[in-house]
Design a protein around this ligand. Structure first.
Ligand SMILES: O=C(O)CCC(=O)C(=O)O
Ligand SMILES: [Mn+2]
Length: 200
């Protein structure tokens, strides 16, 4: 049984997707404490990415944790995991209880300001299996989560990812939809994202 009050879950109705939004999955003070702790004590890395043979800096910082030694490859990047910290383990257990799913890894993203972003993609690497459950925690500055259908032009959706919230994508979402965190010219602060996945 889920330990989260399921009446608080907002189901986002989208064709060929199953997306659930948990506002205030972490309450105000707790979310701020988590942000501060993770911002200070995470070994953030600025990865290189290759686009058409040219090397650029990835427009955000990342860190990759797992409870095994399976690398995670996406885009042109391969990340070798570091072990879960006690704090991340606690967060993982809470996410697992609420979603009734198991996760083996956590990819963390730090968006330093509005110039940092995450381009259109689906989390559909083979290592995630067919219909992965992806649970994504947001801390700090709110950013807009954009979704667009892969084949139906004009079918789009935006979800504002609030401080302390959790967004869960499951079933066929990655098969039918792309998502991104777009750049913004607004002067905004930092945001941390924790994305839990089960890697096989
Ligand atoms: O920052 C976010 O909310 C999205 C992160 C994401 O899509 C990813 O890391 O695959
Ligand atoms: Mn993603």
């Amino acid at each position: 049984m889920s330990l989260f009050d399921t009446s608080k879950i907002i189901r986002i109705p989208l064709r060929g997707a199953k997306i659930e939004y948990y506002p205030q999955f972490f309450g105000g003070d707790e979310a701020q404490e988590l942000f501060d702790e993770l911002y200070q004590n995470t070994p953030w890395i600025e990865e290189d990415i290759k686009i058409f043979g040219k090397t650029y800096k990835q427009p955000r910082l990342t860190a990759f944790y797992a409870d095994n030694d399976i690398n995670y490859s996406y885009s042109t990047i391969t990340m070798t995991p570091i072990p879960f910290t006690p704090l991340l383990n606690t967060i993982k257990t809470r996410v697992e209880n609420a979603t009734e799913s198991k996760f083996s890894s956590c990819l963390m993203n730090l968006y330093r300001d509005g110039k940092d972003s995450n381009g259109w993609h689906a989390d559909n690497e083979n290592s995630l299996g067919k219909n992965p459950v992806i649970a994504s925690i947001s801390l700090g500055e709110e950013r807009m989560f954009h979704l667009k259908h892969k084949r139906i032009k004009g079918l789009t959706k935006k979800v504002n990812l609030e401080h302390g919230s959790m967004l869960v994508m499951k079933d066929e979402t990655q098969h039918n939809w792309l998502h991104q965190i777009a750049k913004t010219t607004k002067p905004i602060g930092k945001r941390i994202n924790l994305t839990f996945r089960l890697l096989k």
